[in-house]
Design a protein around this ligand. Structure first.
Ligand SMILES: Nc1ncnc2c1ncn2[C@@H]1O[C@H](COP(=O)(O)OP(=O)(O)O)[C@@H](O)[C@H]1O
Ligand SMILES: [Mg+2]
Length: 318
């Protein structure tokens, strides 16, 4: 893993990457590629868990695009201006340091991030971390802190390439790619730090409704690679307008759009979108025990009975 890992190890940083007293379950959406649906998935997972009554924190590590931050901000602003109660995660935006010295800046970012995660994980049931589509050391660190890693994959061999290279004729796996190697390293680090296991789930995203030969070939390759890399495969998510059109309002396919969207009708696509997210959540097999379920039930009731005042968590940068 080269100099970053060395740098962290030299600075004695790995043993402190995770709070040993087990706090929140950390879900990371990661893929070393932009535009695969990490932010969309992060938001839908976070809102889905919130709607089930869990306490959820979200962390945006994509300091360049900050799409998840904007998604949450849009949701907060829209709820406020329409006087509507909408579930909001406690959101943390992570601004990378812009110090001159790379080493100093990394060390700063590193401890800021570790502090942020250890703080939030005490107070929440789940922490959802959205990562940038680039090989940044914080992205690697987030992967090594994950309990569950979700990798959305567009239904294309260009996207598959971040996991493995295939023979153009036989579709046999020729080589495991860089991102997969990075996840393997993150797993190793996680195990040596607190004996934790990283559950890796790959989900194909933006599936076309028409099953094509490409779709079948790709799925076959994903199945071939799964046991080699140790990931599970969740049912895919379809390409649907509803997954992207409500970003400016901060709404998701999980919201009751009929209620919040001034009379807009629920469509069958909406119901199917919800069902797909529901299936993904179930496929994640998150550790939700009886206590957690009970707490979640109380919070849900509280939220449903709350007057129309919206609880507004602060969005802060450090
Ligand atoms: N299932 C989907 N159906 C339709 N559009 C989608 C879907 N998933 C993602 N998108 C859109 O694809 C683009 C990339 O998604 P995004 O979540 O921003 O990816 P990433 O965070 O990996 O860069 C965005 O325009 C988003 O609205
Ligand atoms: Mg993104």
């Amino acid at each position: 893993m080269g100099s970053h890992a060395d740098f962290m190890a030299e600075n004695g940083l790995y043993p402190r990457t995770r709070n040993l007293q087990k706090g929140a379950h950390v879900i990371v959406c990661g893929n070393e590629k932009g535009g695969t649906g990490k932010t969309t998935t992060s938001m839908h997972i976070a809102v889905s868990l919130l709607k089930s009554g869990f306490k959820v924190a979200s962390i945006d590590l994509d300091s360049r695009q900050q799409s998840l931050t904007r998604y949450v901000q849009n949701r907060r602003a829209w709820a406020q201006s329409n006087n509507f109660v909408l579930e909001l995660p406690n959101h943390y935006r992570f601004d990378s340091s812009s110090l001159d010295s790379v080493i100093e800046s990394q060390s700063n970012d590193f401890s800021k991030f570790v502090r942020a995660v250890s703080e939030v994980e005490k107070e929440h049931d789940f922490v959802v971390i959205d990562t940038p589509g680039s090989d940044h050391f914080l992205m690697r660190l987030a992967h090594s802190m994950a309990d569950t890693l979700i990798t959305p994959l567009n239904d294309s061999f260009i996207d598959f390439d971040v996991l493995g290279r295939v023979d153009p004729d036989t579709h046999e796996i020729l080589e495991v790619s860089h991102y997969a190697v990075m996840v393997r390293e993150a797993r190793r680090q996680r195990r040596s730090t607190d004996d934790g296991l990283l559950d890796w789930v790959v989900v194909r995203n933006r599936l076309s409704p028409l099953a094509s030969r490409n779709q079948q070939n790709l799925l076959a390759c994903v199945h071939q690679l799964a046991p080699r890399l140790g990931f599970r495969i969740a049912d895919g998510i379809s390409e649907r307008m509803i997954f992207r059109e409500y970003f400016p309002k901060g709404l998701t396919a999980l919201d009751d759009l009929q209620a919040v969207n001034m009379g807009e009708r629920q469509t069958t696509s909406h119901a199917s979108a919800r069902a797909e997210i529901g299936r993904l959540l179930r496929a994640l097999r998150l550790p939700i025990n009886e206590d957690g379920r009970r707490r979640a039930e109380y919070r849900k009731m509280w939220l449903e009975n709350a007057n129309r005042e919206v609880e507004l968590p602060d969005i802060f940068a450090d």
